[in-house]
Design a protein around this ligand. Structure first.
Ligand SMILES: Nc1ncnc2c1ncn2[C@@H]1O[C@H](COP(=O)(O)OP(=O)(O)OP(=O)(O)O)[C@@H](O)[C@H]1O
Ligand SMILES: [Mg+2]
Length: 253
């Protein structure tokens, strides 16, 4: 379970998150929505202990990680995989080395074990044929798949974090990545691996998520399901989700 309790974070006098509280289970399928600079990526970084809040608590399975040392953060971090924004790969490494990175860095796996695990992951992501290619030789969609494979190497996550996994992709490729996100999280609670997809593309979020959290000006202004989201009376939120109606072939509300 993940609990944010009255979390506040500011850079200088710019308040990014203002007394934010929410609770979620690892098996949930969540979309964190909001405009650019709204604090979406920051929420993921706080969850991993990459950034520390100025006030409040962040509990992962009941343990407050806000004061944890780097070595103490290792265990809670292992509960998550993360695909960073734009899925940046190491340009100088081929696909195999990109995916093998965490295995080499954080495990004592032998060369054979690494090769086996990399091939296994590339098979799951349906990009086995790309193992020897360099990132520049891959399409945007393939790059995202490699980034997802890399995030899964070296951990067996209880929850997958995707930061803008579909941003910058054409609609069809984005759709494929959404299908993949759904596939990777298969199973029923409590066996299911949940995810948080951070995005400003509400149509992509709607293909995968069951719970929607909308952030504006450092506050959670909505937390609910898709039906509730579509019924919102908040003007800014309505504008933000209008693309859902376009996608549905319906008129704006
Ligand atoms: N290390 C930092 N130093 C100073 N300001 C920062 C830092 N990291 C983030 N910010 C600021 O905090 C705010 C929230 O950033 P964050 O990256 O969480 O937004 P976001 O919702 O993910 O935006 P986007 O949709 O553009 O990815 C932004 O205004 C950003 O400029
Ligand atoms: Mg971001």
């Amino acid at each position: 379970m993940i609990e944010f309790k009255n979390v506040t974070l500011a850079y200088g006098n710019h308040i990014v998150l203002d007394n934010v509280s929410f609770t979620c289970h690892f098996y949930e399928k969540i979309a964190v929505l909001g405009g650019s600079g709204g604090g979406k990526t920051t929420i993921l970084k706080l969850m991993l202990g990459l950034v520390r809040p100025d006030a409040g608590q962040i509990l992962i399975d009941g343990e407050d990680i806000t004061k944890f040392s780097e070595s103490e953060l290792r265990d809670p971090r292992m509960k998550f995989s993360i695909v960073f924004q734009e899925g940046a790969l190491f340009d100088s490494m081929n696909v195999k080395e990109n995916v093998a990175f965490s295995l080499r860095e954080y495990t004592k796996s032998t060369e054979e074990e690494i090769e086996k695990r990399v091939r296994e992951l590339l098979k799951i992501l349906k990009i086995e044929g790309a193992i020897d290619l360099m990132p520049e030789e891959l399409s945007g969609g393939m790059q995202r798949r490699v980034a997802i494979a890399r995030s899964l190497a070296g951990c067996e996550p209880k929850m997958m974090l995707y930061d803008e996994a579909t941003t910058g992709l054409d609609p069809l490729t984005a759709d494929n990545i959404c299908n993949l996100i759904n596939e990777l999280s298969k199973g029923d609670p409590p066996g299911r691996v949940g995810f948080i997809i951070v995005t400003h593309k509400v149509t992509d979020a709607a293909k995968v998520a069951e719970r929607y959290i909308f952030i504006r000006n450092g506050n959670i202004i909505f937390d609910g399901n898709l039906v509730e989201l579509k019924m919102t009376e908040d003007t800014i939120l309505k504008n933000f989700i209008n693309e859902l109606y376009v996608a549905d072939g319906m008129h704006k509300r």
